[in-house]
Design a protein around this ligand. Structure first.
Ligand code: GCO
Ligand code: MG
Length: 384
């Protein structure tokens, strides 16, 4: 079975998405998500100009050899653009292989290791009243785990935000005290620091939040310097999640081998696809670290579906982020996965279970859009 066509589809139903569509000489169509929020066109060019021409005529079943060909054959390795492009090819080929086998992809990855995947949703609010309403709305929608953000990140609706670390460190414990008082001790609560603290500030926050028993504290400090987490780890037992901006196993090496984190956050879309993220999570499993795959709205339904198939099969699944997509996105991407009683399931459709409606996609052209930035009160640029 040979790859006969490789097309890059860019569409913007509720936000920009980049999708690779591979077609075989047997007429099978595989999809891969290649969306890199704010840098979408870089991946489009990488795929359309440099990868797609090389794929035509290759054996569609040769997933591992194609992965190695794209990783080693490019000479220039790693990085978010390269690994998103490789991920899209990898997932599209796994989609094709599972369709050819007539089974949902998770069956090729070892079969189901659980009945469903615990999902968490995003609650936010500019004050405690708004936050409480947001949490209740997610509970009503069936979520059994909730990410709590307030006053910062997640509610900023302008392109830049003023950030005040001292105020954040002073106020956040009180937010969780109020949430625990209203929603009780057992609701799994998560929080995303979004790379904004120094290691010692992160250590202080982790310790201050211990009474509120978080499921995880995410991106507590920028982790390119993986060793920085040794300081945080030595001061707090609050579970740590890191990795949504990581794209290869090399980004995680110390974090995993020294058990400096509890959850690895990479998505299939940004970490080289199913083939590579599985390697990362197998290394994580050696150190009792679980998955916490990134699942915001800028991971497309194709990337989400791939994450669910992998998450259902691996033993060390932890939790799946599920920000839910808008109506127009669901019009473009027809999905088989389901969400009920707090659990996601990839479904039993052959492949990854997502189809792309090209006509609908064509109705929503690309529009450049960028992530917000944050600045300190004195104007210094800060991590958003
Ligand atoms: C999360 C992430 C996102 C990112 C976004 C970047 O935990 O879901 O931090 O909110 O900001 O995915 O594109
Ligand atoms: Mg995050």
């Amino acid at each position: 079975m040979l790859i006969e066509a490789a097309e890059v589809v860019v569409t913007n139903p509720d936000r920009n998405f980049v999708t690779l569509r591979l077609t075989t000489d047997d007429g099978l169509v595989g999809l891969g998500d290649a969306t890199l929020n704010g840098r979408e066109q870089a991946v489009v060019a990488y795929l359309a100009e440099h990868v797609a021409p090389l794929l035509i005529g290759r054996d569609a079943h040769a997933i591992e050899d194609t992965w190695q060909f794209l990783y080693r054959g490019a000479y220039w390795r790693r990085g978010p653009v390269t690994m998103a492009a490789i991920a899209a090819v990898d997932v599209a080929l796994w989609d094709i292989k599972a369709q050819a086998a007539g089974m949902p992809l998770y069956q090729l990855l070892g079969g189901a290791s659980r009945t469903g995947l615990l999902a968490y949703g995003h609650a936010s609010g500019r004050d405690l009243a708004e936050l409480s309403d947001s949490i209740r709305a997610l509970q009503a929608a069936g979520f059994g785990a909730i990410r709590v953000q307030t006053g910062v990140y997640g509610v900023a609706n302008d392109a830049s935000e003023v950030w005040d670390t001292a105020a954040y460190l002073r106020d956040l414990p009180g937010v969780f005290e109020a949430v625990r008082a209203e929603f009780g001790p057992s609701l799994p609560l998560l929080h995303d620091v979004h790379h904004r603290l120094t290691p010692i500030q992160a250590a202080r926050l982790g310790r201050a939040l211990e009474p509120y028993d978080l499921f995880w504290l995410e991106d507590c400090t920028p982790a390119e310097n993986q060793e920085a987490l040794r300081l945080v780890r030595s001061h707090t037992t609050t579970p740590l999640a890191i990795g949504e901006v990581f794209n290869t196993i090399w980004d995680y090496r110390s974090l995993l081998q020294e058990q400096l984190i509890d959850y690895a956050r990479s998505s299939v879309t940004h970490a080289g696809g199913i083939s590579h993220l599985r390697r990362i999570l197998d290394l994580a499993a050696l150190h009792q670290i679980k998955s916490g795959m990134h699942g915001p709205q800028d991971i497309s339904p194709v990337g989400m579906a791939a994450a669910l198939h992998l998450g259902l099969a691996i033993h060390n699944f932890g939790i799946q982020e599920y920000a839910r997509h808008g109506e127009r996105t669901n019009e473009v991407f027809r999905q088989s996965f389901t969400f009920s009683d707090g659990l996601l399931h990839p479904g039993s459709a052959p492949g990854i279970g997502v189809t792309l409606d090209a006509d609908a996609a064509g109705r929503y052209p690309y529009q450049a859009a960028y992530l917000p930035i944050a600045r300190l009160r004195d104007g210094t640029l800060h991590d958003w």
